[in-house]
Design a protein around this ligand. Structure first.
Ligand code: DIR
Ligand code: MN
Ligand code: MN
Ligand code: MN
Length: 314
């Protein structure tokens, strides 16, 4: 198992500065060393750089469309390169608009995917339904085949085409869904485990049902897109749009452990860590260290403990 890490310090999919500091803060918390201690080979591809777009007027009410389009084109190419090198891709955001390039690039490299989207939000607004005009609330609408006719052609998006079927998507952790998003999820029959279902079923059953559902057609590589705001803001407050009533630390971690043991996890996004949104350094630390723990869970860290295969007692 090996990890190829891409930093994507991009924040223009939403309006709060600071989320571009996510990748460096997560690295500074020791992600690479701790992955290596697990026996995981790590290659850090560094941080992407993004073009400054001088004139980027709103399009149909949506902000920074050109910047988001061109940043995601770059990210898609970077993810393709990491997959061609044979690694599990780890994309450190940045805001969740980056899932466009991450999922697009992952699909381009390995073919059809199963996507597990862990988030307080569904991020499936179209530019025409969005109240906020923020692209981080819209990425799934660009990715789904079934919504293609509902999404206008946008500047700097001509490089991408939808690449995901709504039957290959499962949401976990939803608790702040706009009316149009709720309509879309029902219309397409998307599999959703919102927070009430996590309460009702427990996270173990949610993960069993998630995999049964995704594997009903065929076992495909899994793309995990993890928005840190899925976790309760009591634990991960340093994020742009915190919503009360989220996943516990243990539930959040269990999702990663379960997906890791499928052997199918092929790429992970960890997005929306915003160090500037923590009121105290403790808040930032708790958010960043939870992000690191979630990523370690994706690469085989177990709460029972781990040891390397070649370990011998001194
Ligand atoms: C809201 C909030 N549904 C929007 N979305 C967020 O802007 O479309 N996504 N915060 O992460
Ligand atoms: Mn999100
Ligand atoms: Mn969210
Ligand atoms: Mn958000």
């Amino acid at each position: 198992r090996s990890a190829g890490i891409i930093g994507a310090p991009f924040s223009k999919g939403q309006s709060r500065g600071g989320v571009e500091c996510g990748p460096d803060r997560i690295r500074a918390a020791g992600l690479l060393d701790r992955l290596q201690q697990l026996g995981c080979a790590v290659k850090d591809y560094g941080n992407l750089t993004f073009d400054d777009i001088a004139v980027d007027e709103p399009v149909k009410g949506s902000k920074s469309v050109r910047a988001v389009g061109s940043a995601n084109q770059r990210l898609s190419e970077a993810v393709q390169a990491v997959k061609k090198d044979g690694h599990t891709a780890v994309m450190l955001g940045g805001d969740h608009s980056l899932a466009i390039g991450s999922i697009h690039g992952h699909t381009a490299a390995v073919g059809p995917l199963s996507v597990v989207w862990v988030d307080a939000h569904a991020d499936v607004n179209t530019p025409l339904t969005s109240y906020t005009g923020n692209l981080h609330g819209q990425p799934m609408s660009y990715l789904l085949y079934e919504l293609q006719s509902k999404v206008p052609v946008l500047p700097n998006f001509s490089w991408m085409k939808p690449c995901l079927s709504s039957q290959d998507l499962v949401y976990i952790g939803l608790r702040d869904v706009d009316p149009a998003e709720h309509y879309i999820l029902k219309l397409l029959g998307v599999k959703v485990f919102c927070m009430s279902q996590v309460d009702q079923l427990g996270v173990a059953r949610v993960m069993e049902e998630t995999c049964d559902y995704l594997w009903n057609r065929a076992k495909k590589p899994i793309h995990l897109s993890y928005d840190i705001d899925a976790i309760d803001p009591f634990i991960t407050p340093a994020t742009g749009t915190p919503v009360v009533g989220g996943l516990t630390y243990r539930e959040g971690l269990y999702i990663t452990e379960h997906l890791c043991q499928t052997g199918l996890l092929s790429a992970v996004d960890l997005v929306e860590v915003n160090p500037l949104r923590g009121r105290t350094e403790d808040h930032v630390h708790s958010t960043v260290s939870t992000a690191v723990d979630l990523l370690l869970g994706c690469f085989g860290r177990l709460r029972e403990g781990n040891h390397l295969p070649n370990y011998s007692l001194p």
